[in-house]
Design a binder for this molecule. Structure first.
Ligand code: GDP
Ligand code: MG
Length: 264
């Protein structure tokens, strides 16, 4: 297995390449259907892509399974294996930090995020810094999610919109694509497991929402926990203060520009 213990770069190959960051923990039962989806995608799409699994030493052998099947199917992938403690947010942040591919996509391994949507996401990128696969844009939907998950998501999304300038219908989406150059300077800490919200609250990037159908996982179990929810509450507070700082910086820049134009 390709294990990278030290912080280092995982390139996506060609300069116009696409890296797909997939955090995993105990997703062995999803690896085969997921990689077969990617094999189908590759057969119908002339895009080079490289998958970076960031696996937190899954006890069920997810990392090894991905590496083995990737080789068998000839899919370009790297498995980054991290020691405990496990953390979804920092796994995504690490995957993003490790690639120098031009385009970076983040998605889950549990097939809630269909790889077949990727070509449409790339098509929509024209004129934008990023594309968010949205459950809440008109035309998007959620299937098979229990009522309590819908409720948590609805409330959390409303709170997240209030600290991200309402620019995106689904600021907590785990399925999104950015130009690497647009997010290079952004601090993605992984706090609260919602890196998209971190990007939105620190920047004024142009985002396009793409509606899609989010389906509940068929295999394995969700790792949503109370600790994760508390981390999200801390992220909201951090995002609100980052958004205030970015508004202040924008106002002071505008004031300076207008006083300079009055002087000249
Ligand atoms: N590396 C890593 N991945 C994780 C961790 N927890 C969850 N994941 C992965 O993150 C993605 C989303 O997790 P999931 O449990 O489906 O969350 P949910 O969609 O909110 O129910 C899946 O691909 C998981 O395997 C973790 O602690 N470390
Ligand atoms: Mg999931």
């Amino acid at each position: 297995m390709n294990i990278i213990a030290e912080m280092g770069s995982v390139t996506g190959g060609a300069p116009d390449s696409l890296a797909i960051v997939i955090p995993t923990y105990d997703e062995r039962s999803n690896i085969e259907p997921l990689l077969f989806e990617f094999a189908r995608l590759r057969a119908n799409w002339d895009r080079v892509f490289h998958i970076i699994f960031v696996d937190d030493s899954s006890p069920d052998g997810t990392g090894e399974a991905a590496d083995r099947l990737g080789k068998r199917l000839g899919i370009s992938l790297t498995v980054v294996t991290r020691p405990p403690p496990r953390n979804l947010g920092t796994a995504i942040a690490e995957g993003i930090a490790r690639t120098d591919a031009n385009l970076v996509c983040v998605m889950d391994a549990d097939l809630s995020h269909p790889p077949s949507l990727l070509p449409s996401m790339l098509d929509r990128l024209d004129g934008f810094d990023g594309v968010v696969a949205s459950r809440y844009a008109p035309g998007g939907r959620i299937t098979d999610w229990p009522v309590h998950r819908r409720l948590i998501s609805y409330v959390a999304t409303a709170l997240a919109q209030s600290v991200s300038k309402g620019r995106c219908t689904d600021p907590l989406s785990g399925y999104f694509l950015f130009r690497n150059s647009a997010i290079r300077g952004v601090s993605v800490t992984g706090l609260g497991n919602k890196p998209l919200l971190e990007v939105l609250s620190q920047t004024s990037l142009a985002i396009c929402d793409l509606p899609y159908e989010f389906g509940n996982r068929k295999n394995g179990t969700s790792k949503l926990s109370l600790a994760g929810i508390l981390g999200f509450v801390r992220l909201l507070a951090l995002s609100a203060s980052r958004a205030r700082a970015s508004n202040r910086a924008l106002r002071s820049h505008t004031d300076q520009a207008s006083s300079q134009s009055r002087e000249s």
